[in-house]
Design a protein around this ligand. Structure first.
Ligand SMILES: [Zn+2]
Ligand SMILES: [Zn+2]
Length: 248
């Protein structure tokens, strides 16, 4: 019997196709690296020349954080019960670092569209993850107010639209944690522990794709996944960029 998400999760998917086509006509999709105009509806936001120099990172084992070959499984055979798989589009380096920096701190929110669409496109190519819904990692409301947006929410919205799934902000951040960038792996875990809560309601049996912009130690994504898992969801993660060397 096909698994169905709980009734409360039947939020409308938001593909208003004519509006999307109209936007594409005025602001055609461009290559993220060289700005060449791309054909309408391109899944990957790189032109053919730049695309030849880049292949997506793919699946990373959430337990040992090594690259998993081909699909989401890893030979280490350890398992994080609350985070089943993790997909990353790119390594957090070079142009990718710049793109995400421009999005988050340079106010270039228009970058969320090609990044999110591309992420959604790649997820749909892979076998291991067929989510019922997409959930963004939240920012604390004070941080979101300062920035004017939550980049993970924007990325998740665009990814979900490509996937034809609802994007629901089911997680909330209860306290404004310290910036993770200056902390050790252990401090990061402690910093986000208990920082998230899920909106009321059961997620029993729902397959959830939790989206964030960057994965470094994974403490944020794993804490979000743990909270959704506690509500009964089967959680996979997806990020734009993986930063394996950030913190040891
Ligand atoms: Zn290009
Ligand atoms: Zn592993």
């Amino acid at each position: 019997m096909p698994r169905r998400p709980p009734h409360s999760l039947k939020a409308p998917v938001a593909p208003i196709r004519w509006a999307e086509s109209f936007i594409e006509l005025i602001f055609p999709e461009r290559c993220l690296f060289c700005r060449a105009v791309l054909p309408p509806g391109a899944g990957r936001a790189l032109c053919s020349s730049c695309g030849r120099l880049f292949s997506p990172v793919g699946f990373i084992c959430p337990a040992c954080e090594n690259l998993a070959s081909g699909d989401s499984s890893c030979r280490c055979l350890t398992d994080l019960p609350f985070l089943k798989s993790l997909f990353a589009l790119a390594f957090y380096e070079d142009q990718w670092r710049l793109l995400l920096h421009n999005l988050k701190y340079g106010g270039r929110r228009s970058l969320a569209r090609p990044l999110g669409r591309w992420l959604g496109f790649e997820i749909m190519q892979g076998q291991p993850c067929r989510p019922d819904l997409v959930v963004p990692v939240p920012l604390h409301r004070r941080r979101e107010k300062e920035r004017g947006f939550n980049q993970s929410r924007l990325i998740a919205d665009h990814a979900a639209r490509v996937m034809g799934k609802p994007a629901l902000p089911l997680l909330a951040k209860n306290r404004d944690t310290l910036s993770q960038t200056t902390l050790s792996r252990r401090e990061r875990l402690e910093n986000v522990s208990g920082a998230f809560s899920a909106l009321p309601g059961s997620l029993e049996g729902a397959s959830v794709l939790l989206i964030d912009d960057v994965y470094s130690t994974g403490s944020t994504l794993k804490e979000g996944a743990r909270v959704l898992h506690a509500r009964g969801a089967v959680v996979s993660g997806a990020v734009i960029a993986y930063n394996p060397s950030a913190v040891k």
